[in-house]
Design a binder for this molecule. Structure first.
Ligand SMILES: [Zn+2]
Length: 466
């Protein structure tokens, strides 16, 4: 037995250091180093994903032409959103990290996906909940499956022994923070444990061609070590996000070796589990009888999918000395910039107003094309004049008040038309090249029932609307 060895790990990014340092040289975080006990394994404790693999590995060099390139078919789940986010189903032998805040429904989503896969044995490893709790959850989902196996265990070596017996075709681990391996002495959830356990599952996935989902918790403050340090080890990172107070959840791809990272899945949390939302625009726009001020509809894109979303703004006289700025789903600094543009270009006095901004459904949108709708919602509330419900917007707003072109404009227009909008206001700079030409009225050659209006400056939009 060698003597106890310790090292310091950055709890933010997993950087390892022999001594304590105040600021992480890798990620720049302050006071993020914690001492952890690591026991360097002696040579006889040969670490494998399982004992069974010992001695069986016969890695030798091969000529590239000897390797068959027949790709194994992906496993298609019954969840169209998950399939899309993964780039067309689960790749055999891949290891996928699913990160998200605690309590937003990661376990539910992967429990139901495991239960839906009836044709192949699935092992669900839980270190978080008891068998009874998971059974009750499955009952609430109204699902059962004889091919779905449950293991409440946290030791990786015990898990691998069970895997050896069961030979599952898919393994779901909930969560990676509860795992521990006997080869490392620090406690479960520490950086070195998480990294080592994930490494064992990675070797298991590659050697047996079994896909593994590792669920990992993160907090807004980044207070829990973990998922971040695994990002470079895994094949794909999915982030499950959403506001606990809203029913909608987004599954976003942050990394994917086997597909695009621009994809996104939308779910609605219901009593009977996560429901895939295949046509999100319809739920993100509240249909109202009477027109209200402060509302504008943005034609955005999330991933490859067009999405129409309602922007709600409230501009009121400031009661206290310091005007309030409150934003949900949109970047606060971005809104302050838009307010500054309006002050400077339009002479509006937002400096004495409280401004609240909200995106419907609790979603977060990063697409800059939402700028124009945000600006129009702010103006609509400021003027207390409603914008027609049949109008929507797509455009980025620049510092000098110009409306910039956005990508894939035809796809946005088509989606708006599909949903029954009569008018869409877009940047004229989308139509400066030969392909997209405008006629003399400033309208585009878009063929359809929707009127496409192009504008170059926010002043023009203001005059058009109010
Ligand atoms: Zn760091």
């Amino acid at each position: 037995m060698s003597k106890v060895k310790t090292a310091f790990f950055c709890q933010n990014c997993g950087y390892e250091s022999v001594k304590w340092v105040g600021q992480c040289p890798s990620c720049g975080q302050w006071n993020s180093f914690v001492e952890e006990i690591i026991q360097k394994e002696s040579p006889k404790d040969k670490k494998e994903w399982t004992d069974a693999a010992e001695g069986k590995r016969k890695n030798k060099t091969v000529s590239l032409s000897e390797i068959s390139s027949t790709e194994q078919p992906r496993i298609l789940t019954s969840d169209p959103e998950l399939n899309r986010v993964l780039g067309g189903g689960i790749v055999p032998g891949s290891i996928v990290l699913v990160a998200g805040e605690p309590g937003i429904g990661k376990s539910t989503l992967f429990l139901q996906n495991g239960l839906w896969l009836k044709d192949l044995p699935v092992l669900y490893v839980s270190g978080e909940e008891s068998e009874q709790q998971i059974k009750m959850r499955a009952d609430r989902l109204g699902l059962s499956n004889d091919n779905f196996f449950l293991l409440t265990e946290t030791s990786t070596q015990v898990i691998f022994q069970e895997i050896k017996k069961l030979k599952p075709r898919l393994v779901i681990v909930d969560s990676v923070q509860t795992l521990h391996t006997p080869f490392i002495e620090s406690s479960a959830g520490s950086v070195s444990q998480i990294r080592e356990c994930a490494g064992e599952f990675q070797r298991f996935a590659k050697e047996t061609n079994t896909p593994v989902f590792l669920i990992g918790h993160i907090t807004k403050e980044g207070g829990i070590a973990g998922p971040k340090i695994l990002e470079h080890m895994v094949d794909a990172v999915l982030q499950f996000e959403g506001d606990r107070h809203y029913a909608y959840r987004i599954l976003r791809t942050l990394k994917n070796r086997f597909g695009s990272t621009a994809e996104l899945g939308i779910y609605e949390m219901t009593d009977s589990g996560m429901r895939a939302v295949t046509n999100p625009s319809e739920i993100l726009i509240t249909q109202k009888e009477d027109q209200l001020s402060g509302i504008a509809i943005a034609a955005t894109l999330e991933g490859m999918r067009p999405l129409l979303i309602e922007v709600q703004a409230l501009v009121t006289q400031s009661v206290y000395g310091t005007p309030q700025r409150t934003v949900s789903g949109f970047d606060l600094r971005r809104m302050q910039l838009l307010l500054a543009v309006l002050e400077k270009r339009g002479g509006f006095h937002f400096g004495v107003k409280d401004v609240f901004l909200n995106l419907a459904g609790g979603l977060k949108i990063e697409d800059p094309s939402i700028d124009l709708a945000v600006l129009c919602a702010l103006l609509s509330s400021y003027e207390d004049v409603a914008i027609s419900q049949h109008t929507c917007f797509a455009g980025e707003v620049g510092l000098s008040g110009e409306i910039r072109a956005v990508n894939r404009i035809d796809q946005r227009i088509a989606e708006a038309e599909k949903l029954g909008f009569e008018k869409i206001i877009v940047s004229k700079y989308n139509y400066t090249n030969r392909k997209n030409t405008r006629d003399k009225n400033g309208t585009t050659g878009y063929k359809g029932n929707i009127e496409v209006i192009t504008m170059g400056r926010v002043e023009e939009v203001y005059q058009h609307l109010f």
